[in-house]
Ligand binder design. Structure first.
Ligand code: ADP
Length: 160
């Protein structure tokens, strides 16, 4: 059983994240999407519980995709859930620089038990990020090209 962990903030999940998840679904038996708390980040737009419910709803029909809330180091979450590797998505050189450092630290703190596998964003998602979606949404512009309809509805409800 090949199981991998996809950790992130997912505030909110975008079609870019889903593009990475789709690529991984074709290669692994199970994907654990972990919404990581306590990451020195200010309170997001959606609470952790809201993100969990939204992602669960989107992947309702995919028994091989599990969604969890987790705290602490991604490598510990991976080991706790018997995930053989962490997966991450790469859009640009700046993602690459960050991920090179993260995977090195993750190897060190897990004593080489947890490796990182990177997937490349397909070109239509190369500039999609959660923060870009939030900005474009608050400008009153269409975000349906960047997020699943479930997320779009939740954003509309948030705005009130
Ligand atoms: P983090 O705070 O850990 O970067 P994110 O939710 O922003 O959490 O991203 C989680 C992972 O998904 C990261 O590896 C990030 O590079 C990747 N990612 C985000 N947006 C995209 C996208 N549009 N295409 C591919 N990968 C993406």
């Amino acid at each position: 059983m090949k199981r991998v962990l996809y950790p992130g903030s997912f505030d909110p999940l975008t079609l870019g994240h889903m593009n990475i998840i789709n690529q991984a679904i074709n290669l692994f038996d199970e994907i654990y999407i972990a919404i990581l708390e306590n990451r020195n980040k200010k309170e997001g737009m959606f609470t952790y519980e809201e993100r969990l419910e939204l992602i669960k709803k989107i992947y309702d029909n995919y028994p091989q995709v599990k969604v969890i809330l987790a705290k602490g180091a991604a490598v510990d979450v991976a080991l706790d859930h018997n995930c053989q590797a962490i997966i991450r998505g790469l859009r640009s050189l700046s993602d690459f620089d960050y991920e090179v450092g993260m995977q090195q630290i993750n190897k060190e703190i897990s004593h080489n038990k947890v490796n990182t596998i990177c997937f490349f964003a397909d070109k239509e998602y190369q500039f999609v990020s959660s923060s870009m979606v939030k900005e474009v949404f608050y400008l009153g512009k269409d975000i349906s090209k960047y997020v699943n309809p479930t997320i779009e509805k939740a954003l509309v409800l948030k705005r009130g």
